[in-house]
Structures are given as C-alpha cells and as structure tokens.
Design a protein around this ligand. Structure first.
Ligand SMILES: Cc1ncc(COP(=O)(O)O)c(C=O)c1O
Length: 391
C-alpha cells in the first residue's frame, strides 16, 4: 500500500512549537517573548476595518461566489501597481488572486509538476514549500547557501536534471531575512529560461524590503512570463492574515491551468478579503510606508543589540524582512534547544532544523527569530535573556 499524500510530510512546525508552551508558566516579571511566527498580531488599521464593515453591509456580492481567478478590479490594481513599481509590463490577465500566498505556491506547483518531478529550493527553506512538494510527490532538491545565505545560480545549475521543473526562491527570505540581490535573481531567471523550467519567486515580504526601488528587473523582460511565476501575499502588508488573500503573477496560459486548481479547491478567493486588499492598495500607501519604517527600525535594533549575543559566541547569519537567522554557541541541536528556551528563557522561536531536510547539516546550530512583533526594547530584552543562558 502506498502512503497517503499527507503521510509523506511532517506536521506543521508552528503548531508543534506552540505545544512546547503547554504546562509552562511564565513569571510576571519575565513574560513570554514569542518570536516564533511571522505574522502581524494586530488587526488591520481602523480605517480599513470600517471600510470592510461597510462592504459587509452594503455590497451583496461580497457574500457570494466570485470569479475563480479573483476580483477583476483587484487583478487590475495589482497589474497597475506592479507595472509602475517593477518597471515592466504586467496586465490584469497575468494576475490571479488566490486564497493566500501558500495557495498560490500550491497551485503553481500543481501546474508544473507530476509525480517524481523535482523542484530546486535553497536551504534553509520555507517549510510550507517543502511540505507541499512532499504532498505532491515532488522531490525537493536542496540548494545549499553559503556565507550570506544567498543562493548561487551556478550551484543550482549543477542540480538540474531532466526531471527538474522549477526553482523556487523567497526574497526577502523566510527564514533568513536576506534580500536577494537583483543580479542573483537575474542569474536564476536566465538559468531557468535556458533550461525551459520555471522560476518561482515568492515576494511575500516585498513591502518590507530595505532597498528603494524595484528589487529586481525580471518584469522588464518583454517575455518575462515564459519563465517567471511571482507570488505575493496581502497577509503581511495589510494585516489580513485571517482573510486569506494572495496573488500569483504569471502567463495567461499558466493562469488558465491554475484556474482548474483553484476552482476545485476554493472556487473563489474570500470576497471580503479581496475587497479589503483592493481598498488597502488604493488607500494605505502612506500607512504601509510607515509600517515598513517600523520594521526597518526593528531590524536596525537587531543589529544594534547583537553585540550582546556576539560576545557569547552567537553569530548573525541573516537579517531583514521579519527575520533574524542566527547561529547559537551551545553544544546541542537547535531541535532540543528551542523547547528548552521556553522554560529557561521564556522565549519561543523556531529551530533551524525545521527549515532543513534531515540530511543537510547546519540547521542544528541555527535558530530563526521572527522579530516583527517586538520593538527595540523587546529586542534588547530578548538578547539579554539569550545572552545570560548557561546551558
Ligand atoms: C515566504 C512565505 N510565503 C507564503 C506565506 C503565507 O502567506 P499567506 O498568508 O498569504 O498564505 C508566508 C507566511 O509566513 C511566507 O513566509
């Protein structure tokens, strides 16, 4: 008997980490610092919630099925803003709205791969990408990253086989935080095109990129859609995690395939969420710029305070978007250290082992800190607690 699809992969890491909290009490003078999850903890800004309330009351279509590939106005708005910000040509027909960016990845892989095909992903990876590949019967081919946590297209070239269907990148990266240079993305694009495979770029954290201007030039290629599949999430930018809205930007032909997947799985994306996302894109540009500044301040706080940990043998491997990715100095695996930190330091974070296949070394020395929800004083408190550990 063959394994069921879900039996081919591991349980959701964030849920597993939450279980480490069971039965642990945190003293009043040392409350839990939860840096495990890459998600805003606050709801969308009040003005957006008011707009959503009006939509709920006044717009009957917000409660009904809608087009499988999404609200036409939202697709058009994404196309317009993408064309302006990436300096290339993106049309509404090349944009589909999905029920979150995870679904955009799942749908894209479903259009690209059959059983036994291969997808190259840099490690450490975003674990849901790995899980979906497992559940699709697709082999994850690990592309190791060296110093700086930036993958190299020449290394990826050596991993391409006749079964390779895509290379999937995340920039700014989860879990490492690093922003892939435009030249790196360009080299991956050329590599993928030369081999007739797809380049998937998940830009969930694009709104928090520290660089000004377009992070890459891929959309300026007039034929970008023969190779590029870009993924986006409205979850982080507008704090809409619970409403499940994401996007996939790809060729019309691919979106016609994606339509089969979406029609079967969710029929249409959440109607209220889509309208909220549209409202956000049209009204929250200034607000979002402020959110980005706040995240960049927190990132600066990681750098400013890291000496507290560096003095104790820790190393900062990557930092940006919502994440710092660090190397710990202890003689134990991060898989054992992370649950211990809940009890010993009142800190919940995820071990590097959750972002790596078992046969790739390195993860046992690494930890991911999702710092988006702690301010500068929280960062100082976190590092103080970690620095005073004696294990
Ligand atoms: C790289 C990456 N892609 C996708 C997602 C999921 O986004 P969504 O809420 O839009 O499904 C996340 C969330 O953490 C992420 O980090």
């Amino acid at each position: 008997m063959s394994l069921s699809r879900t039996a081919t992969t591991f349980p959701p890491p964030v849920m597993e980490a939450r279980r480490w909290l069971d039965g642990v009490t945190h003293p009043a003078d040392r409350p839990l610092l939860n840096v495990s999850q890459a998600a805003p903890v606050d709801p969308p800004p009040a003005a957006m919630r008011e707009a959503m309330a009006e939509i709920v009351i006044d717009d009957p279509a917000a409660h009904l099925y809608g087009p499988v590939l999404g609200l036409p106005e939202l697709r058009a708005e994404v196309a317009k803003q993408w064309t302006a910000s990436y300096g290339g040509d993106v049309t509404a027909d090349q944009v589909a709205i999905t029920s979150g960016c995870n679904q955009a990845f799942a749908a894209s892989i479903a259009t690209l791969c059959g059983e036994g095909d291969e997808v190259i992903i840099p490690v450490p990876y975003y674990f849901n990408h790995r899980m979906w590949l497992d559940m699709s019967g697709v082999k994850t081919v690990a592309l190791t990253t060296g110093e700086g946590m930036i993958p190299d297209a020449d290394d990826a070239a050596k991993l391409i086989t006749p079964r390779t269907r895509a290379i999937a990148l995340v920039s700014p990266n989860n879990p490492c935080g690093v922003e892939y240079p435009a030249a790196t993305l360009h080299a991956f694009f050329e590599l993928a095109r030369a081999h007739g495979i797809a380049l998937i770029v998940d830009e969930t954290y694009r709104d928090f990129d520290s660089r000004s201007g377009a992070p890459h030039d891929l959309f300026t290629d007039p034929a970008w859609d023969d190779t590029l599949i870009q993924l986006y999430s409205f979850s982080k930018a507008y704090r809409l995690t619970g409403h499940r809205v994401g996007a996939v930007i790809a060729s019309e032909a691919r979106l016609a395939e994606i339509e089969k997947f979406l029609d079967t799985v969710t029929i249409c994306p959440n109607q209220l969420g889509q309208r909220a996302a549209l409202w956000g894109m049209q009204n929250l540009t200034q607000w979002l710029a402020g959110e980005r500044e706040e995240i960049l301040d927190r990132r600066a706080a990681i750098h400013d305070h890291f000496h507290l940990l560096a003095d104790k043998g820790w190393k900062l491997l990557g930092c940006g978007a919502y994440f710092a990715y660090v190397q710990h100095p202890f003689d134990m695996s991060s898989a054992d250290l992370a649950p211990l930190l809940v009890k010993e330091a009142g800190v919940l974070l995820l071990p590097g082992t959750m972002f790596m296949p078992e046969d790739v070394p390195g993860g046992e020395r690494q930890l991911r800190i999702a710092f988006a929800n702690i301010d500068s004083s929280g960062v100082a408190m976190l590092f103080d607690r970690l620095a005073s550990l004696s294990l």
